[in-house]
Design a protein around this ligand. Structure first.
Ligand code: 5AD
Ligand code: SF4
Length: 448
């Protein structure tokens, strides 16, 4: 199988978290700036970038089956680049295991992708998993004009928390905040290109710190307040947050910044203090619950979301029951739950008392049922409200447009296509609720 030289078309496939989606977009924009064009649907691209996720074993192994599937019917294959966190964690091992991989590039080095493509085309080794001192953001081209109603903007990367199960501090490196001016400029460019909603991204986004244009030190709340003043921007969100970085100013912002949406992804991972300690979360169940109380005082309707791990080493039935109780008590609007997956190089992988697969399966089933019941209850609690919906796609049935409520629910709006289009903000009456979406009808057209 020969790999094509000098690719003219490309496709980027991103897996895992929203930051990978953002990185994938930036890689695509950079390749486009180099004169390559994105392969249309169904077309065979000359270059495929697999932007991978290493967070759990299944996600990491997926890359190898995806590589195998890139072989074409005639026996040829595209040029293959493995990017993202698997690239960072496994480096040259990937090329050893999958001989058809031409390029391996880590999440802090992808601004060098064009050079790596040229190297691969010349038959040279193309591997770059550096964490260079000069940020990729200084080198990447400006944001493209592809009109998108809701856009991601990475403001912070990396993690210093070292939860004992997690690979992120190793694959994404230490916590780094992007500078204020770069973020404001990118936000303006996104709004100019049609974005009405911006989600600020970071592995620990609420740990963002920086200095504003007057040299005053600021936290994430300062940045949010600056974006609140940006004309044309209607909504601000941020994700993912760590409970220990919820500063007073950020909590206050939830009460008085109008464009900041009432939604907060605040993972707790487990409900048992013994397990939280073994996870090195450095918060307790109680400190987390008190934090939620403080947020609910300023924003009573806030929709909370979380992440949970079941079957962490040593988790007993009693520990698991504490997680179930916490879920019942918090009443999450949304939550993700995962079976613990031992990751090479993390402290938890070497702990004793690993929980059996069967027990993990059983616990995950119970937890997911509880989470879904909470989601349905949250959605039903919203019925009757008349609220703003930002339309972002067409629906499955004629006349329908779909958008997001302030609480990040997908709202299917009936009879909407006649007078509205994607990017519009509508006032919608919420009428029916399922676990994953809400049905509604237009109340009035909101003032932009
Ligand atoms: N096993 C299972 N889930 C994990 N997560 C992170 N590391 C692991 C692991 N080793 C989950 C956490 C985190 C989310 C992004 O992925 O819940 O918040
Ligand atoms: Fe991983 Fe913990 Fe950092 Fe989140 S806070 S990225 S779970 S180490």
């Amino acid at each position: 199988m020969t790999s094509p030289t000098n690719p003219k078309t490309f496709r980027v496939k991103s897996f895992g978290c929203q930051m990978n989606v953002y990185d994938g977009e930036r890689m695509g924009e950079m390749l486009a700036a180099q004169g390559l064009s994105e392969a249309g649907e169904g077309a065979e691209p000359d270059l495929v970038v697999l932007n991978t996720c290493h967070i759990r074993e299944k996600a990491a192994e997926k890359v190898y089956s995806d590589i195998g599937r890139l072989k074409r019917e005639d026996g040829s294959r595209p040029m293959i680049a493995v990017a993202g966190c698997v690239a960072q964690a496994e480096g040259s091992e990937i090329m050893r295991r999958a001989k058809t991989v031409d390029i391996v590039v880590g999440p802090q080095a992808y601004h060098r992708l064009p050079d790596l493509v040229a190297k691969a085309a010349a038959g040279e080794e193309a591997l770059d998993t550096d964490m260079p001192a000069r940020s990729k953001f200084d080198v990447l081209p400006g944001r493209s004009k592809s009109r998108r109603t809701s856009a991601f903007l990475t403001v912070q990367e990396g993690c210093d928390k070292f939860c004992t199960y997690c690979v992120v501090p190793y694959t994404r490196g230490a916590e780094v905040s992007r500078p204020w001016a770069a973020i404001i400029d990118e936000a303006k460019a996104l709004v100019d290109a049609g974005a009405r909603e911006i989600t600020l991204l970071g592995q620990n986004v609420n740990a963002w710190t920086g200095e504003d244009e007057a040299g005053r030190s600021q936290g994430l709340d300062g940045l949010i307040r600056a974006l609140d003043r940006l004309p044309g921007l209607a909504r601000i969100r941020y994700t993912t947050s760590h409970p220990n970085d919820m500063a007073d100013g950020l909590i206050a912002a939830h009460g008085d910044v109008e464009k900041l949406m009432p939604y907060l992804h605040l993972p707790v991972q487990a409900g048992s203090d013994r397990i939280l300690k073994a996870m090195n979360r450095s918060h307790t169940r109680d400190s987390y619950m008190r934090l939620l109380d403080r947020i609910r005082v300023v924003r009573p309707d806030i929709a909370l979301s979380g992440d949970f791990i079941v079957g962490f080493p040593g988790e007993t039935d009693e520990d698991f029951e504490a997680t179930m109780e916490l879920v019942r008590e918090v009443r999450y609007a949304h939550a993700f739950s995962f079976k613990y997956s031992p990751r090479p190089g993390t402290p938890a992988a070497d702990m004793d008392d690993h929980v059996s697969a069967a027990v993990m399966d059983e616990r995950l089933k119970l937890l997911q049922a509880e989470i879904i019941a909470g989601q349905v209850a949250f959605n039903q609690g919203c019925l009757g409200r008349v609220t703003q919906v930002l339309l972002d796609r067409v629906g499955r049935h004629p006349g329908q447009l779909v958008g997001k409520s302030p609480w990040l629910q997908s709202v299917v709006v009936e009879n909407a296509t006649a007078g509205s289009s994607i990017g519009d903000m509508l006032m919608v009456e919420l009428l029916t609720a399922g676990p994953n979406s809400i049905g509604g009808r237009i109340a009035t057209r909101a003032a932009a």
